[in-house]
Design a protein around this ligand. Structure first.
Ligand code: HEC
Length: 278
């Protein structure tokens, strides 16, 4: 009886071990074919994370001068003036909006017409529809308003467990910006402009969009691909999560409240039970 039980246990443990080994082999093979983006330092990571306003402004400049030629960013222009973002002034946002031409209508004779943009308008799309974009570029560029939150990659076991925990190196939520940063760095084959190390399957319809020195920075920040990639990925993360700072500061307040409440409960308990012998 006991022998049978021990045998079952041994077989069970062996199967589990074989399973774990097979799984780690699989992940190792997948990593060989498709490297994971490397983790970057972001100002908005962690429980006390905040956006760097100047960085978001630079990131917006890159989006406007480069990415917006192909990618739509479906957010209202006025959000750039909101607190916790690039925080352009109201006048700057008005001028920015007016620099776009927006289709409106129909007017009283039933026709659509063009007019200068207003802060409440959305950033206009570079193509009339995704089909037109795909016809021009080979594949439709995804809308950027949620891109930085929508892209994730497999972290594998046990990393994904630690990613969720409040431990050093944990609470990892910035997979999207890491991915965008990696894509902008992933053009490693000179002979094939559409090969990208980090794009699933390696064949990307977008040719390398950014190189050193392409966009002028006026605040003395180095005009390098590395800096551009960090700035534009930060900007896109803000676009996908404009209320991050509120969410994080509320989280910290709730934790402090719970800590104080636990102390109070503990001392209440001690007082209530103080005259009971134990
Ligand atoms: C010349 C047009 C063009 C420009 C400019 C451009 N892109 Fe793209 N981008 C594309 C196309 C087309 C795709 C779709 C690629 C595919 O599906 O193969 C794409 C895809 C991407 C992807 C991968 C999205 C995914 O589905 O995982 C990222 C990230 C990206 N672009 C970021 C950027 C950033 C950041 C900029 C500005 C610095 C930029 N792009 C500028 C055309 C462009």
């Amino acid at each position: 009886m006991t022998f049978a039980k021990t045998l079952t246990k041994v077989i069970g443990a062996a199967t589990l071990l074989a399973g774990v080994v097979a799984l780690s082999n699989l992940t190792a093979r997948a990593e060989e074919e498709q490297p994971n983006p490397t983790r970057q330092q972001w100002t908005f990571a962690g429980a006390f994370g905040k956006y760097d306003k100047a960085q978001l402004q630079r990131g917006f400049k890159i989006y406007k001068e480069v990415c917006s030629n192909c990618h739509e960013l479906h957010i209202p222009i006025r959000t750039l003036a909101q607190p916790g973002g690039p925080e352009l002034s109201v006048d700057e946002v008005k001028a920015l909006a007016a620099s776009y031409t927006v289709k409106d209508g129909p007017n009283s004779s039933g026709e659509m017409f063009d007019r200068p943009g207003r802060p409440s308008d959305y950033f206009p799309a570079p193509f009339a529809n995704p089909e037109a974009a795909a016809a021009a570029l080979g594949s439709a560029p995804p809308d950027m308003s949620l891109l930085a939150k929508a892209r994730k990659y497999e972290r594998g076991f046990p990393a994904f467990v630690f990613d969720a925990l409040p431990v050093p190196g944990g609470m990892y939520q910035e997979l999207g910006p890491d991915y965008i940063y990696a894509i902008l760095h992933g053009y490693e084959k000179d002979e094939d402009p559409n090969w990208n190390a980090y794009f699933p399957g390696h064949k990307i319809a977008m040719a390398k969009p950014l190189t050193d020195g392409q966009v002028d920075y006026t605040d003395g920040t180095p005009a390098t691909l590395d800096q551009y990639a960090k700035d534009v990925a930060s900007f896109l993360y803000w676009a996908a999560e404009p209320t991050l700072e509120d969410r994080k500061s509320l989280g910290v307040k709730v934790m402090i409240f719970l800590l104080v409440l636990s102390c109070l409960m503990y001392f209440t308990k001690r007082t209530i039970w103080s005259d009971v012998a134990h």
